[in-house]
Design a protein around this ligand. Structure first.
Ligand SMILES: Cc1cc2nc3c(=O)[nH]c(=O)nc-3n(C[C@H](O)[C@H](O)[C@H](O)COP(=O)(O)OP(=O)(O)OC[C@H]3O[C@@H](n4cnc5c(N)ncnc54)[C@H](O)[C@@H]3O)c2cc1C
Length: 457
């Protein structure tokens, strides 16, 4: 089988990439290993993620489907009394800010909507698992071997593979990319479920809106999220250092039930009568960075190359925006541009990496200096943080902003974009190549316990 573009993964990244490619006149194949609908985490969107949806023509459909409207995010401190709020806001062409909104989604339904729309617009969706890349002698990616549900295998030859496989990081695990480094937040575990009976705010818009995202901060790397995903159901999640969980010797569900109310008094009040309607899912090792994630015949998108930390809900935003940015680069490549270069997508790679670096500096500042961060969010860098929280993190969006530059200074961090192998890993980081612990891609990660053994400390 042959196609111009093969997309691995039919999540929001893959479906978005397909729809923007179709606008460029390219009809891709999307290969998805799972039968949809399937449960997935990642339910709260930034303002710019909503803008991608509007650009793709889903604005009215999101309203018709009654997805909860998010007006902002409130972050509660340890006591549950103090909090700060960042509204969703948009920029116009003159760069004026105005209040806006975005959506919370139940991923099982949202992902089906996106994948079906990609198919209806001209993509071919096939259920199967990419098992092996097809490589030319010079290392260029020329396709993949696919295993179909009946167990048979087949090669699909292609000009470009878009790796939208999410945390499965297909091409990185196959060592097609550069190395995959453990990220800064690797020693944490997330537990999450869907609950009914949780107490929400009651407003219809602004700070008190009933569908806003609430974050409850307890301690460094110990926090919970509260994301309403329909009129009754709230996505509840808990993140904690792995050592805290291991010490308790509890099952994930016991730990979830005991620890959520203990995060802070305001959360305790909200979950007193919660009922779990979904099993407690666990994701332990979610922080990593893949080097050289673009090259001859391939681009990795979103989680397929980098995930920092879920605290401020950037995952969907990053993967959908990178998918949109990739489409014209792929068209240019198919038209013959950059074919003589070792990495025809260097510009795209650097552009995306710089964006996520800005995000990383913000998240690091929050964890390292939460009180200073709260003051910045209230006063000094309010507009800049409103931009970053909306997902405006790229250099064509006036980034790095004064806030990001100030965070770098506070973190005693410089960013070097001169050397291809080093850029974007902050100098001084324990993940800089000189000191980096390399992630072992083929470690068995079936259970939390196995993962803990398999991971480098
Ligand atoms: C604890 C936690 C909380 C989060 N909360 C949020 C949040 O509130 N908001 C937010 O925006 N983001 C959040 N995220 C991030 C979000 O889940 C991801 O960024 C988002 O799902 C990425 O979308 P994607 O399409 O790139 O990948 P995915 O949604 O993971 O889709 C990848 C698809 O590829 C398929 N696939 C994988 N390997 C293969 C293969 N070999 N062959 C064929 N198919 C394959 C998979 O089956 C999957 O369907 C969170 C992440 C974590 C860990």
């Amino acid at each position: 089988m042959k196609t111009d573009v093969l997309i691995i993964g039919g999540g929001p990244g893959g479906a978005t990439a397909a729809m923007f490619l179709i606008r460029e006149g390219i009809k891709p194949i999307i290969l998805e290993q799972e039968a949809f609908p399937r449960f997935h985490i990642g339910e709260s969107m930034t303002g710019e993620a909503a803008q991608v949806l509007r650009r793709l023509g889903f604005g009215d459909e999101m309203i018709r489907r009654k997805h909860p409207v998010k007006h902002g995010v409130r972050v509660f401190g340890t006591t549950g009394v103090n909090s700060w709020y960042i509204p969703v806001a948009a920029r116009d062409k003159e760069w004026n800010l105005s209040l806006a909104s975005t959506w919370q989604v139940r991923r099982s339904e949202f992902d089906v909507m996106m994948l079906k729309a990609a198919e209806a617009r001209g993509a071919t969706v096939m259920q199967g698992t990419a098992t092996k890349p097809l490589l030319a002698d010079d290392g260029a990616v020329r396709g993949v071997t696919v295993r179909w549900p009946d167990g048979k295998s087949e090669n699909i030859e292609t000009e470009v593979v878009l790796d939208c496989s999410g945390m499965a990081t297909f091409l990185a695990n196959q060592r097609v990319t550069g190395p995959k480094y453990v990220g800064s937040y690797d020693k944490q575990i997330a537990f999450f479920s869907h609950v009914t009976g949780a107490i929400r705010d009651t407003g219809t818009s602004g700070e008190e809106a009933r569908s806003n995202t609430l974050i409850f901060y307890q301690n460094k790397f110990h926090w919970a999220w509260f994301i309403p995903i329909d009129e009754d159901v709230v996505s509840m999640g808990l993140v904690t250092p792995k050592a805290t969980f291991v010490e308790t010797k509890q099952s994930p569900e016991e730990f979830f039930r005991h620890t959520i109310p203990a995060i802070n008094p305001d959360l305790r009040r909200r979950v007193a009568d919660m009922k779990l309607i979904e099993k407690v899912h666990v994701i332990p090792n979610y922080s990593y960075q893949v080097r050289r994630f673009c090259g001859e015949g391939f681009i990795c998108i979103g989680d397929a190359h980098r995930f920092i930390d879920p605290i401020f809900s950037f995952g969907l935003s990053a993967t959908m925006r990178e998918a949109e940015f990739a489409a014209p680069a792929v068209r240019a490549y198919l038209e013959g541009k950059g074919r003589d270069k070792a990495n025809p997508f260097t510009g795209h790679q650097l552009f995306c990496e710089k964006g996520i670096d800005n995000l990383e500096d913000m998240v690091d500042m929050f964890w390292e200096q939460p009180f200073a961060f709260a003051l910045f969010a209230h006063n000094r860098y309010r507009d800049e943080l409103i931009d970053a929280f909306a997902g405006r993190i790229y250099e064509n969006e006036r980034q790095p902003s004064a806030a990001i530059l100030a965070f770098r200074k506070s973190l005693k961090r410089t960013r070097d974009y001169e050397h291809e192998d080093d850029y974007s890993i902050p100098i001084g980081s324990r993940f800089h190549p000189e000191r980096a612990a390399l992630w072992e891609p083929n470690s068995p990660i079936a259970t939390t316990e196995e993962w803990m053994v398999a991971r480098p400390s």
